[in-house]
Design a protein around this ligand. Sequence first.
Ligand SMILES: Cc1ncc(COP(=O)(O)O)c(C=O)c1O
Length: 332
Amino acid sequence: MVAYDRLLGEGFVTGRVGAGTFVSDDLPGIDHRTGATGGVLRPRPVWDNLVQLVFERAAEFDFRPGIPDARLFPYQSWRRLLARGAHRGGRRHRLLRRPRRACRPREAIAGHIGVSWGVQAAADDIVVTNGTQQAVDVIARVLLAPGDQVAVEDPCYRPPWRLLATLGAKVAGVPVNDQGMIVDAIPPGTRLVYVTPSHQFPLGMSMSLPRRMALLAWAERHQAAILEDDYDSEFRFGGRPIEPLQTLDRAGRVVYIGSFSKTLLATLRLGFLVALPSLRPAVRAAKLLTDWHTPLPLQGPCPASSSRACSPVISARCARCTGHAMSRSLMP
Ligand SMILES: Cc1ncc(COP(=O)(O)O)c(C=O)c1O
């Protein structure tokens, strides 16, 4: 009976009461060869080289800098905080939410970056993202049109460069020297500059104060935006850091982005951006349209569960960083 019902439902047979069940006369022809060809759709040309670059063959020895040791991750605290969050949030988290409603993590992140890095931000300015990579994506969607000129440091952290190229931006590498990006070499017509001023990736120097001021003045003159990627500010071995561009900015042209990939684990995919008030509604809408929101249960244990500025998990990790700094200071 079930088989007959299914054949009837799919139109393969027809039935007339009292007459019986008959194979349908007008069965649609299905050409099974289409599936076998592997499809005829082609990606846009920009993907021709990128696919290979993105899935670069894993190196036998991994010398990439700044990858936290997963064995030192405080799994016990994390599990406890996750369980607590899941228990408390069980009912609250059953519906997709507008990101701005998940308030505590954003308050905690604002507190954390204010205390640790001197960044001026309130909870309302913070949008939690899936790593800095998504922060770049959201900002590019909001600020750039296809064909717009973007400048990145050369050498630089490649994933944002490639992402911006897939979104249709014209991306130019701008040389750096010991003071950071050479502002005079930024191509004319640039709409957005992506920089890592506190710790240039991969060369490691920080952008000097005069260079920061020159970049900010350039952005103001050319009505451009600056995307400040402060991905590993916690890893300081001494001395006071130079103020972030975001803090020095008086013209409202800097979007600050950060990541927990270096302090916690890159695989958690937790990052954030500090949205300028003028961009806030569009940034929130772009995040919502991209993926609704970063998983709320994951945001719970991040820096949120503590009333202190820094969560127990981040504190523990930072303590280890300090430990590394101390052992480094003992080295000859
Ligand atoms: C310059 C730079 N920015 C950001 C990140 C982290 O990116 P995400 O937060 O997407 O993991 C890294 C990681 O290596 C990096 O080198």
